[in-house]
Design a protein around this ligand. Structure first.
Ligand SMILES: *[C@@H]1O[C@H](CO)[C@@H](O)[C@H](O)[C@H]1NC(C)=O
Ligand SMILES: *[C@@H]1O[C@H](CO)[C@@H](O)[C@H](O)[C@H]1NC(C)=O
Ligand SMILES: *[C@@H]1O[C@H](CO)[C@@H](O)[C@H](O)[C@H]1NC(C)=O
Ligand SMILES: *[C@@H]1O[C@H](CO)[C@@H](O)[C@H](O)[C@H]1NC(C)=O
Ligand SMILES: *[C@@H]1O[C@H](CO)[C@@H](O)[C@H](O)[C@H]1NC(C)=O
Ligand SMILES: *[C@@H]1O[C@H](CO)[C@@H](O)[C@H](O)[C@H]1NC(C)=O
Ligand SMILES: CC(=O)N[C@H]1CO[C@H](CO)[C@@H](O)[C@@H]1O
Length: 482
């Protein structure tokens, strides 16, 4: 039963291509119904506490967002305006989700979110939903779905889940609530304008019923989901019913754009370019670098594309971002306490094109070779106190050019500032140190590539110069990469 709640005017900010816009939180957040915080015994400030699900999610660092749908078969990057692509276009004759999953492994993705329904309205899973059409009130099935296409009898969502499971990749779904061109729905509402070929006239109430029934289907038929993607969010009218449905069916799932509907929200970083601001905090609910003083733990997700020009669906003439640019994306997302969610885009045959697969693997190979191991096993970590962690290489000095810090955020993110200092091998006395990096937010991970370049050192130390409670370091490592 649909509950209509009329609340505040909802504001959307579209980015250049409106079909992949993300919701920008415009209002001041109200008191969170779930957000927990504690009071620091050291400084008396509020420290936002993560849920175990949020911590586990954030630690994954790499994921993919799979754009494959009927929009793969049109020239534009998704369905704009009132376009409803003809269902006969959907012909993924080589469709193979094992092939997708292998690419995820080569990249290093720990989780994958698949677009089930995008703005066109085409649903990649079979659906039992039936609804009345205007003006006759005749009841029809949801015919703009896989069961009415050349792939009748298959369920891409189920195949995707099975393939990911074999590779221990966690899974989730994207289902856009605010757009459905088949019903001429834009920003959550059925439009009042002349319908174009292929569009079907239904009421707003019917639309909201369809959404809730289809969310119920995809949240019950495929097991526990790691993440649920609300691209563009949801209208205020839908917030109540969606909150209730999430709590009933997928309470553990991370909800992208989910502050206010889920106890496990994640926020958008505010850009699709693959760059997080520095600093980027695990706390705060606005679509930017966050707010260290916020009592709400809501880590950021950085979604970006492999193809050039912010192109999400496979494009016939699309070019790929060079490896060097993707490495920079890694450093400016994962290295700044953001989760990197890279677009994965099968082609019209339904598989990852070989040159795309190679690029994902090249990036994965770089990450593994650069950061997979620390520089030397002979290092000795001396924790002088909770604020001073010293790596010694006295027996065998090493050449390194960067450091990686990870904060244990179990009891919240508490580091507010730090420096990384090195002791050169030719230092003449033991308290001769040079500061090579400084920063503020650490969180899940902070990578500092030293502007001074590679140095031969016999010591590297992390000095936490400001914190709102006793800091807990999960890892402090140094590396040399080309
Ligand atoms: C792809 O590029 C070719 C050659 O430049 C051009 O003729 C064609 O229109 C382009 N197609 C699309 C969909 O951009
Ligand atoms: C879709 O394409 C098929 C085959 O070309 C055609 O028979 C059908 O009429 C088209 N449907 C619509 C709604 O245009
Ligand atoms: C949709 O149907 C309603 C009710 O029959 C009608 O008032 C409305 O004009 C129709 N909308 C369009 C765009 O045709
Ligand atoms: C829909 O548009 C028509 C024509 O512009 C207008 O007369 C009618 O009041 C509108 N209906 C609604 C429900 O806004
Ligand atoms: C150590 O070597 C660096 C160059 O490698 C030099 O700039 C620095 O002055 C030397 N320091 C001492 C104390 O000799
Ligand atoms: C760490 O930084 C603080 C603040 O700048 C400074 O007072 C302290 O001396 C530093 N620790 C060491 C061992 O240098
Ligand atoms: C506290 C803080 O540094 N906030 C920054 C977070 O990121 C946004 C966007 O870059 C900045 O505007 C804030 O100043």
């Amino acid at each position: 039963m649909l509950k209509i709640v009329v609340l505040l005017l909802f504001l959307f900010i579209s980015k250049c291509n409106s079909y992949s816009f993300r919701y920008l939180q415009e209002r001041e957040p109200g008191p969170s119904p779930w957000g927990k915080y504690r009071i620091s015994s050291k400084t008396g400030v509020k420290i936002a506490l993560p849920t175990p699900e949020q911590l586990q999610w954030q630690a994954q660092e790499l994921g993919v967002l799979i754009h494959f749908n009927i929009a793969t078969y049109i020239d534009g990057d998704g369905c704009t305006g009132q376009i409803v692509p003809n269902i006969s276009l959907f012909q993924p004759y080589l469709l193979n989700t094992d092939n997708w999953a292998q690419t995820m492994v080569d990249f290093g993705a720990q989780y994958a979110v698949l677009v089930g329904k995008h703005a066109c309205g085409f649903h990649m899973a079979p659906t039992d939903v039936k609804f009345p059409v205007n003006p006759s009130g005749r009841i029809i099935p949801y015919t703009y779905s896989i069961d009415y296409s050349s792939m009748k009898g298959r369920d891409v969502l189920e195949e995707f889940i099975a393939s990911c499971k074999k590779k221990q990749i966690r899974t989730g779904f994207y289902y856009t609530v605010v757009n459905n061109n088949w019903f001429d729905v834009d920003r959550g509402y059925v439009q009042n304008r002349s319908l174009q070929p292929g569009q079907v006239n239904i009421t707003q109430k019917t639309y909201e019923n369809i959404v809730l029934q289809q969310l119920r289907e995809i949240w019950t038929r495929y097991g526990k989901l790691e993440e649920i993607w609300f691209d563009g969010g949801y209208t205020e009218d839908m917030k109540g019913p969606i909150t209730a449905l999430l709590a009933e069916l997928q309470p553990q799932a991370i909800a992208f754009n989910g502050y206010g509907v889920s106890p496990n929200p994640a926020r958008w970083i505010g850009t699709e370019m693959g760059i997080a601001p520095d600093p980027n905090w695990s706390t705060g609910v606005t679509n930017d670098g966050g707010d260290p003083d916020s009592p709400i733990f809501c880590p950021a997700e950085c979604d970006t594309t492999l193809q050039d020009h912010d192109r999400w669906f496979w494009g016939i003439n699309a070019t790929l971002r060079p490896l060097s640019e993707l490495i920079q994306v890694y450093h400016e997302t994962v290295g700044r306490n953001c989760i990197l969610m890279l677009d994965l885009t099968p082609d019209r045959a339904g598989i990852i094109p070989p040159e795309y697969a190679r690029r994902y693997k090249e990036l994965g190979d770089f990450i593994r070779s650069c950061y997979g191991t620390s520089v030397t096993p002979t290092q000795q970590l001396i924790v002088q106190d909770s604020s001073l962690h010293v790596l010694r290489f006295d027996a065998t000095p090493v050449t390194v050019d960067r450091s990686v810090i990870q904060e244990d955020q179990t009891n919240g993110q508490v580091i507010r500032a730090y420096t990384v200092d090195i002791q050169l091998v030719n230092a003449t006395h033991s308290d001769q140190w040079i500061t090579v990096a400084k920063g503020t937010s650490v969180g899940n991970k902070k990578i500092d590539i030293w502007s001074i370049g590679a140095q031969l050192v016999n010591g590297v130390r992390l000095n936490i110069t400001k914190s709102v409670d006793t800091p807990v370091i999960k890892a402090f490592t140094v590396h040399l990469c080309n």
